[in-house]
Write a protein of this length. Structure first.
Length: 222
Protein backbone atom coordinates (compact mmCIF):
# COMPACT_ATOMS: atom_id res chain seq x y z
CA UNK A 1 0.00 0.00 0.00
CA UNK A 2 1.18 3.54 -0.67
CA UNK A 3 1.50 6.08 2.13
CA UNK A 4 -1.60 7.85 0.80
CA UNK A 5 -3.57 4.59 0.86
CA UNK A 6 -2.52 4.04 4.49
CA UNK A 7 -3.62 7.58 5.33
CA UNK A 8 -6.93 7.03 3.57
CA UNK A 9 -7.50 3.79 5.50
CA UNK A 10 -6.96 5.45 8.90
CA UNK A 11 -9.07 8.43 7.86
CA UNK A 12 -11.98 6.11 7.01
CA UNK A 13 -11.47 4.22 10.30
CA UNK A 14 -11.62 7.56 12.14
CA UNK A 15 -14.84 8.57 10.35
CA UNK A 16 -16.35 5.21 11.39
CA UNK A 17 -15.15 5.75 14.97
CA UNK A 18 -16.69 9.23 15.06
CA UNK A 19 -19.99 7.88 13.73
CA UNK A 20 -19.96 5.37 16.60
CA UNK A 21 -18.89 7.76 19.40
CA UNK A 22 -20.34 11.16 18.52
CA UNK A 23 -24.10 11.58 18.92
CA UNK A 24 -26.23 12.93 16.07
CA UNK A 25 -26.02 16.74 16.05
CA UNK A 26 -22.50 16.76 17.54
CA UNK A 27 -19.73 19.14 16.56
CA UNK A 28 -16.54 17.41 15.41
CA UNK A 29 -13.02 18.80 15.89
CA UNK A 30 -10.93 18.55 12.74
CA UNK A 31 -7.14 18.72 12.45
CA UNK A 32 -4.80 19.86 9.72
CA UNK A 33 -2.57 18.17 7.16
CA UNK A 34 -2.74 15.53 4.45
CA UNK A 35 -4.10 12.78 6.73
CA UNK A 36 -6.68 15.14 8.23
CA UNK A 37 -7.67 16.08 4.67
CA UNK A 38 -8.49 12.44 3.95
CA UNK A 39 -10.54 12.44 7.17
CA UNK A 40 -12.52 15.47 5.98
CA UNK A 41 -13.25 13.66 2.73
CA UNK A 42 -14.40 10.58 4.67
CA UNK A 43 -16.57 12.74 6.95
CA UNK A 44 -18.33 14.47 4.06
CA UNK A 45 -20.84 11.70 3.21
CA UNK A 46 -21.99 11.74 6.88
CA UNK A 47 -22.23 15.52 7.14
CA UNK A 48 -26.00 15.65 7.69
CA UNK A 49 -25.54 13.63 10.86
CA UNK A 50 -23.47 16.38 12.52
CA UNK A 51 -24.16 20.03 13.34
CA UNK A 52 -20.78 20.97 11.95
CA UNK A 53 -17.08 21.11 12.71
CA UNK A 54 -14.48 23.25 14.42
CA UNK A 55 -11.41 23.72 12.21
CA UNK A 56 -7.82 23.83 13.47
CA UNK A 57 -6.61 25.97 10.55
CA UNK A 58 -7.77 28.16 7.70
CA UNK A 59 -6.83 25.40 5.23
CA UNK A 60 -9.05 22.93 7.07
CA UNK A 61 -11.88 25.48 7.29
CA UNK A 62 -11.75 25.90 3.50
CA UNK A 63 -11.76 22.16 2.83
CA UNK A 64 -14.67 21.56 5.23
CA UNK A 65 -16.66 24.38 3.65
CA UNK A 66 -15.81 23.01 0.20
CA UNK A 67 -17.68 19.85 1.23
CA UNK A 68 -20.61 21.90 2.56
CA UNK A 69 -19.77 21.11 6.19
CA UNK A 70 -20.64 24.11 8.43
CA UNK A 71 -17.63 25.47 10.35
CA UNK A 72 -18.30 26.91 13.80
CA UNK A 73 -16.28 29.40 15.84
CA UNK A 74 -14.83 27.57 18.86
CA UNK A 75 -16.08 30.37 21.12
CA UNK A 76 -19.64 29.38 20.23
CA UNK A 77 -19.05 25.72 21.06
CA UNK A 78 -19.11 24.10 24.49
CA UNK A 79 -18.66 20.47 23.67
CA UNK A 80 -16.56 18.59 21.12
CA UNK A 81 -16.87 14.83 21.71
CA UNK A 82 -14.08 13.85 19.30
CA UNK A 83 -11.10 15.62 17.71
CA UNK A 84 -9.31 13.86 14.83
CA UNK A 85 -5.87 14.92 13.67
CA UNK A 86 -2.60 13.63 12.24
CA UNK A 87 0.88 13.78 13.77
CA UNK A 88 4.47 14.11 12.65
CA UNK A 89 5.67 11.62 15.27
CA UNK A 90 3.84 9.61 17.91
CA UNK A 91 5.26 7.35 20.62
CA UNK A 92 3.84 4.34 22.42
CA UNK A 93 2.46 6.59 25.17
CA UNK A 94 0.49 8.47 22.47
CA UNK A 95 2.58 11.62 22.99
CA UNK A 96 3.01 13.44 19.70
CA UNK A 97 5.03 15.98 17.81
CA UNK A 98 2.71 18.09 15.69
CA UNK A 99 2.98 21.30 13.72
CA UNK A 100 4.64 20.16 10.53
CA UNK A 101 1.87 22.12 8.81
CA UNK A 102 2.29 25.04 11.22
CA UNK A 103 -1.18 24.74 12.76
CA UNK A 104 -0.01 23.57 16.19
CA UNK A 105 -1.55 26.35 18.27
CA UNK A 106 -5.08 26.02 16.95
CA UNK A 107 -4.70 22.25 16.99
CA UNK A 108 -3.74 22.32 20.66
CA UNK A 109 -6.65 24.63 21.49
CA UNK A 110 -9.26 22.45 19.77
CA UNK A 111 -7.69 19.33 21.32
CA UNK A 112 -7.96 20.93 24.77
CA UNK A 113 -11.72 21.28 24.36
CA UNK A 114 -12.31 17.79 22.98
CA UNK A 115 -13.24 14.78 25.11
CA UNK A 116 -11.38 12.29 22.90
CA UNK A 117 -8.33 12.95 20.71
CA UNK A 118 -7.98 10.42 17.90
CA UNK A 119 -4.58 10.50 16.21
CA UNK A 120 -4.53 9.15 12.66
CA UNK A 121 -1.19 8.30 11.10
CA UNK A 122 0.56 5.96 8.72
CA UNK A 123 2.95 3.48 10.32
CA UNK A 124 6.05 5.57 9.61
CA UNK A 125 5.01 8.08 12.29
CA UNK A 126 5.31 5.66 15.23
CA UNK A 127 8.71 6.10 16.94
CA UNK A 128 10.44 4.89 20.11
CA UNK A 129 11.81 8.32 21.03
CA UNK A 130 10.53 11.54 19.51
CA UNK A 131 12.82 14.24 18.18
CA UNK A 132 14.03 13.06 14.80
CA UNK A 133 11.28 15.23 13.34
CA UNK A 134 12.25 18.83 14.19
CA UNK A 135 10.02 20.20 16.95
CA UNK A 136 7.95 23.17 15.73
CA UNK A 137 7.68 26.13 18.12
CA UNK A 138 5.36 29.05 17.30
CA UNK A 139 6.85 32.37 18.42
CA UNK A 140 5.81 36.02 18.54
CA UNK A 141 7.90 37.67 15.77
CA UNK A 142 9.74 40.18 18.05
CA UNK A 143 10.82 37.31 20.35
CA UNK A 144 12.29 35.12 17.59
CA UNK A 145 15.98 35.64 18.44
CA UNK A 146 15.44 35.45 22.21
CA UNK A 147 13.44 32.23 21.94
CA UNK A 148 16.03 30.75 19.55
CA UNK A 149 18.81 31.41 22.09
CA UNK A 150 16.82 29.77 24.89
CA UNK A 151 16.02 26.74 22.73
CA UNK A 152 19.72 26.36 21.92
CA UNK A 153 20.42 26.25 25.67
CA UNK A 154 18.08 23.23 25.85
CA UNK A 155 20.35 21.45 23.37
CA UNK A 156 18.38 22.00 20.18
CA UNK A 157 19.24 23.73 16.93
CA UNK A 158 16.37 26.10 16.08
CA UNK A 159 15.87 26.93 12.41
CA UNK A 160 13.45 29.63 11.28
CA UNK A 161 10.82 28.19 8.90
CA UNK A 162 11.40 30.20 5.71
CA UNK A 163 8.60 32.23 4.12
CA UNK A 164 6.03 31.00 6.60
CA UNK A 165 3.57 32.90 8.79
CA UNK A 166 1.03 31.03 10.93
CA UNK A 167 -2.72 31.63 10.81
CA UNK A 168 -2.11 33.67 13.97
CA UNK A 169 0.46 35.95 12.33
CA UNK A 170 3.48 34.39 14.07
CA UNK A 171 6.69 32.58 13.09
CA UNK A 172 7.81 28.97 13.47
CA UNK A 173 11.19 27.81 14.77
CA UNK A 174 11.82 24.15 13.89
CA UNK A 175 14.11 22.70 16.57
CA UNK A 176 16.48 20.00 15.31
CA UNK A 177 18.56 17.57 17.32
CA UNK A 178 16.39 17.02 20.39
CA UNK A 179 16.12 13.50 21.83
CA UNK A 180 12.86 13.83 23.69
CA UNK A 181 13.04 11.47 26.64
CA UNK A 182 10.69 13.52 28.86
CA UNK A 183 7.99 14.88 26.52
CA UNK A 184 5.76 16.30 29.26
CA UNK A 185 8.67 18.01 31.02
CA UNK A 186 10.06 19.47 27.80
CA UNK A 187 6.62 20.69 26.70
CA UNK A 188 6.24 22.57 29.98
CA UNK A 189 9.82 23.89 29.89
CA UNK A 190 9.50 25.33 26.38
CA UNK A 191 6.15 26.91 27.25
CA UNK A 192 7.96 28.86 30.01
CA UNK A 193 10.12 30.75 27.50
CA UNK A 194 8.75 34.26 27.10
CA UNK A 195 7.64 34.81 23.51
CA UNK A 196 6.66 31.20 22.86
CA UNK A 197 3.04 30.86 21.83
CA UNK A 198 2.92 27.06 21.69
CA UNK A 199 5.27 24.18 21.07
CA UNK A 200 4.44 21.12 19.01
CA UNK A 201 4.73 18.60 21.83
CA UNK A 202 1.34 17.14 22.67
CA UNK A 203 2.21 15.27 25.87
CA UNK A 204 0.37 17.13 28.63
CA UNK A 205 -2.71 16.27 26.57
CA UNK A 206 -1.71 13.23 24.49
CA UNK A 207 -4.00 11.34 22.13
CA UNK A 208 -6.51 8.93 23.62
CA UNK A 209 -6.51 6.62 20.63
CA UNK A 210 -4.05 6.05 17.78
CA UNK A 211 -5.31 4.62 14.50
CA UNK A 212 -2.15 3.50 12.75
CA UNK A 213 -2.09 2.50 9.10
CA UNK A 214 -0.01 -0.62 8.42
CA UNK A 215 0.25 -3.11 5.58
CA UNK A 216 -1.75 -5.54 7.77
CA UNK A 217 -4.59 -3.08 8.31
CA UNK A 218 -5.48 -0.33 10.77
CA UNK A 219 -4.00 -0.95 14.23
CA UNK A 220 -5.84 0.54 17.22
CA UNK A 221 -3.53 1.62 20.05
CA UNK A 222 -4.94 3.06 23.27
C1 LIG B 1 -0.15 20.20 11.10
C2 LIG B 1 0.07 18.92 11.83
C3 LIG B 1 -0.19 17.66 11.07
O1 LIG B 1 -1.09 16.89 11.78
C4 LIG B 1 1.10 16.92 10.91
O2 LIG B 1 2.04 17.77 10.28
C5 LIG B 1 0.92 15.64 10.07
O3 LIG B 1 0.63 15.99 8.76
P1 LIG B 1 0.40 14.90 7.64
O4 LIG B 1 -0.89 14.22 7.96
O5 LIG B 1 0.33 15.71 6.36
O6 LIG B 1 1.57 13.96 7.65
O7 LIG B 1 0.42 18.87 12.97
O8 LIG B 1 0.21 21.29 11.88
Amino acid sequence: MTQDELKQAVAQAAADYVAEKAPAGAIIGVGTGSTANFFIDALAPLKDRYRGAVASSEATRKRLEGHGIPVLDLNEVEHIPVYVDGADEVDAGLNMIKGGGGALTREKIVAAVADIFVCIADGSKLVDTMGKFPLPVEVIPMARAHVARQLAKLGGKPVLREDFVTDNGNLILDVHGLAITDPKGLEAQINQIVGVVTNGLFAVRPANLLLLGTADGVRRIG
